[in-house]
Write a protein that binds this ligand. Structure first.
Ligand code: FES
Length: 67
């Protein structure tokens, strides 16, 4: 799914950028090698960044629960 239509940045691109340390939309754009164009995706991108961070933080607990 595309998060940013202007730059063709997909949700998986956002997730990869977050795993590499991105915490703001501007960080995701930098990681993808672009700058924002219209900015219309900023809200959705922030949500995806937050969801990815939450998932990453929950993952170790999931692994511990499986033991
Ligand atoms: S939709 Fe992302 S910059 Fe336009």
């Amino acid at each position: 799914m595309y998060i940013c239509v202007c730059r063709a940045i997909r949700d998986r691109d956002v997730e990869a950028a977050v795993r590499a340390g991105a915490r703001r939309p501007v960080d995701v754009f930098r990681a993808a090698g672009y700058s924002p164009q219209c900015g219309g995706c900023a809200s959705d991108m922030r949500k995806r960044i937050d969801q990815t961070i939450a998932t990453e933080q929950a993952a170790p607990q999931t692994l511990l629960a499986a033991d």
